[in-house]
Every structure is written in structure tokens, then in C-alpha cells.
Design a binder for this molecule. Structure first.
Ligand code: SF4
Ligand code: SF4
Length: 322
């Protein structure tokens, strides 16, 4: 890998509210990771190295050439580290769907924090009566005070908390996107700040090879409920697909594997609200004008919020339940 400077790149990877898949995706770059090790010092990467926050605090501002931050912001620790890394980073990337648009953790914005705590710690069939404990930000034990992060009332996407230089969408991002970002930073060939990197400028539908016939439907199905026609648009077969609302660039991974797009690349350019556009696509495919029949047909879509805002509720116009 050719680089412009002699000094090794200083990079950090961090996860906020996330599943860890974005970190695993970095390992999916296979032997390229050895090239990275040759040109870069990895100063922090909690999944792989035992970094401490005090090591980051001790750095000069701007000392890190690149931070890949995956995960949304759900609690005070996520926010603290996001702000800390922002200060230390020359280039900060919202890496993966959760940092980009809130991701799966953002679905929690459908309910209140109190409802989540009630379900997780109080009224849950797996908790024995008498053993119900709600975690507190600070507790006092014999050895002293114990602190844990404070959970926030809602989930935030990363740029709600700190300014971001680039966005790499995907759940998780593809190895080619990861290589692209690292190479761009290494060679100084960065696109305009604020760009979505490693993605297209159209919709997933625009890249999809399946044929659309402008057919309407009277029934929705889960992917496993029918034997599908591999040549025809999934939505026209009654399988809810988010392709028309979603940014291209993944190579139509899911529809090409006979699964519907779930929207992980976020809203396509010119789509203001990805979920609203998906709801509109679902409504427009229904072959009925009778409200009672429409209601019956929609009963086959059991969780329309989960379909429409699977990845982007914190970035949507709705954002959260008040
Ligand atoms: S809705 Fe899905 S299956 Fe249909 S054309 Fe778009 S991406 Fe392809
Ligand atoms: S098809 Fe949709 S859900 Fe699947 S990887 Fe592409 S953008 Fe993500």
C-alpha cells in the first residue's frame, strides 16, 4: 500500500451501542489487515486490544489520523468517548448503520426508557420474584462508590452528538468500503467532508436485476412462507422490500440472496424519510380500495415500524416516542 507520508497512520476503532458486527467486518478484510498493521498504529480497538480511556485522554488533540466509530449513542459513556475521540481525531467516520442513522439499537426509540427498564429488570419472566434490581448510575458498597454509565431516554445517531467527517453505511459495512476509507486516509485522497463513502447515489431498486411488472398484491408474505420467483421483484410477490427507499452500493446483497432489502444503507439521496417511503411503497402495492380489505391485507405485516424503520428511526422525522 502506497502512502503519502512517512509517519505511520494513527488510528482508533471504537464501538458505542452496537452488536460488534462492524468490528468483525474489519477482520473480514482478511490479509488486508496485515497491510493496515504495516502502515498504521492501532491506538485503540476495544475488541482487539486492551486500550484505556486515559491513554486517549493523554493524546494531543488531532493526534489520531482516523477514528472509525461504530455504534449509536445510548448512554453517558458512549457520549463521553465520542466527544473525546472527536477531539483527538483529524478524521472521524460514522462507521456502519448504528453510527450513521441509529441502526437496530435505534428501534428502542419506539418505547420509553422506563418501559425498557421495566421489561429488562422488573417484569420479565426470567427474573425470579425478590431478585429484581434496577441498575443505578451510582451505588455504594463496602469498597466504595461504584459507577456505571447513565442510560439516556433515547438512542442518538453519532452526528447528533459530535460533528462527523464521513459516513460509511451498512450493517455491517463491506470489506471493500473499509479498505476504501483506509486507503483514502492513507493516500490523502479524501472526498468532500460530509460525504457518504463507499455507497452509491441511487436506490437499491435501481441496481436490482429483478423485473418489476407494476403488479399489485392481495397478500403479504414472510420470505419463508412462499417459493419465490427469483426473477421478479420481491415486493410484487408480497415480500416487503425496502429497496426503493434505500441507498445503493451494497451490490443488492439481500435481494440477490432471495431476501428482501431491510434498508441498512440508510435513505437514498433525495429520500427525506426512509421509513415513510417504505410505508408508501407498501401502501402503493396493495390491490384494494376497500378500507376493511386493506386492513386485512396489512395484518400480514405484523410490525410495520420494524420494517420501515429497522435501521433509521433516530434519523427519521419521528426520531422517538415522547
Ligand atoms: S423492491 Fe426489492 S426486489 Fe423489488 S426491485 Fe427493489 S430491491 Fe429489487
Ligand atoms: S440489500 Fe439492503 S439490507 Fe441488504 S445489504 Fe443492501 S442495503 Fe443493506
Amino acid at each position: 500500500m502506497e502512502t503519502t507520508g512517512k509517519k505511520k497512520l494513527q488510528i482508533a476503532l471504537y464501538w458505542g451501542a452496537a452488536c460488534g458486527g462492524c468490528d468483525v467486518a474489519v477482520l473480514d478484510t482478511n490479509e488486508f489487515i496485515l497491510d493496515v498493521a504495516a502502515i498504521a498504529d492501532i491506538r485503540m480497538w476495544p475488541i482487539a486490544t486492551d486500550g484505556k480511556y486515559k491513554d486517549i485522554e493523554a493524546m494531543e488533540d488531532g493526534e489520531l489520523d482516523l477514528v472509525l466509530f461504530n455504534g449509536a449513542v445510548r448512554n453517558s459513556e458512549n457520549e463521553h468517548v465520542a466527544k473525546l475521540l472527536r477531539r483527538k481525531a483529524r478524521v472521524m467516520v460514522a462507521f456502519g448503520s448504528c453510527a450513521h442513522i441509529g441502526g437496530i439499537p435505534g428501534l428502542a426509540n419506539q418505547v420509553t426508557k422506563e418501559e425498557i427498564f421495566d421489561r429488562a429488570y422488573l417484569n420479565n419472566p426470567s427474573i425470579e420474584p425478590g431478585n429484581r434490581t434496577v441498575p443505578l448510575p451510582e451505588s455504594h458498597v463496602e469498597a466504595g462508590a461504584l459507577e456505571i454509565p447513565t442510560a439516556y431516554k433515547r438512542v442518538y445517531k453519532l452526528d447528533d452528538i459530535v460533528p462527523i467527517d464521513y459516513y460509511v453505511p451498512g450493517c455491517p459495512p463491506l470489506p471493500a468500503q473499509i479498505k476504501g476509507v483506509l486507503l483514502a486516509v492513507a493516500t490523502g485522497q479524501l472526498p468532500a467532508r460530509g460525504s457518504v463513502v463507499g455507497a452509491g447515489h441511487r436506490t437499491v431498486c435501481d441496481d436490482c436485476r429483478r423485473t418489476r411488472h407494476e403488479r399489485k398484491i392481495k397478500k403479504f408474505y414472510r420470505p419463508w412462507q412462499i417459493i419465490q420467483d427469483p426473477e421478479t421483484c420481491l415486493l410484487e410477490q408480497g415480500i416487503v422490500c425496502a429497496g426503493s427507499a434505500t441507498r445503493s452500493g451494497c451490490g443488492v446483497r439481500c435481494p440477490n440472496s432471495n431476501m428482501p432489502c431491510r434498508g441498512c444503507y440508510g435513505p437514498a439521496p433525495n429520500v427525506k424519510d426512509q421509513g415513510a417511503k417504505i410505508v408508501s411503497a407498501v401502501a402503493s402495492i396493495i390491490d384494494s380500495k376497500d378500507p376493511a380489505e386493506i386492513d386485512r391485507i396489512l395484518e400480514d405485516v405484523p410490525d410495520i415500524m420494524g420494517y420501515a424503520y429497522r435501521f433509521g428511526l433516530p434519523a427519521s422525522m419521528l426520531q422517538r416516542r415522547i
